[in-house]
Design a protein around this ligand. Structure first.
Ligand code: SF4
Length: 113
């Protein structure tokens, strides 16, 4: 972080946009991604003990679990948003029990950290 741009760059962009911490004041959509995206954009996953395509199980990628949990928690708000609708439509492909397992695993992750 650059000290001289904290107020006008780091807070609105680094925190506000990347974490959707401003509730949509600056960014119209949340910039959320699963472990699959991290795998596609980097080589971080190559030697990781987690699997970026899995959202439940002991070797599930925590980013993927929390991604699907985020979509579930904010379903009502974003499912009709023109820039995010596709992400939320993918959520519809999961069964009720898969969604429940993801929520349970996400709760575990949050409690652990
Ligand atoms: S935690 Fe997930 S996103 Fe991060 S390196 Fe491991 S598999 Fe990839």
């Amino acid at each position: 972080m650059y000290v001289d741009v904290v107020e006008w760059v780091e807070l609105p962009h680094t925190l506000g946009m990347s974490q959707y911490a401003d509730g949509g004041m600056l960014a119209s959509k949340p910039y959320v991604a699963s472990g699959r995206y991290i795998q596609k954009m980097s080589n971080y996953c190559r030697h990781c003990r987690y699997h970026p395509g899995k959202s439940t199980s002991a070797d599930a990628c925590p980013f993927t679990t929390l991604y699907w949990d985020f979509l579930q928690r904010h379903n009502a708000r974003f499912r009709r948003h023109p820039r995010t609708a596709l992400q939320w439509r993918n959520l519809d492909r999961l069964s009720r029990s898969e969604k429940r397992d993801i929520r349970d695993q996400a709760d575990e992750i949050r409690q652990r950290h």
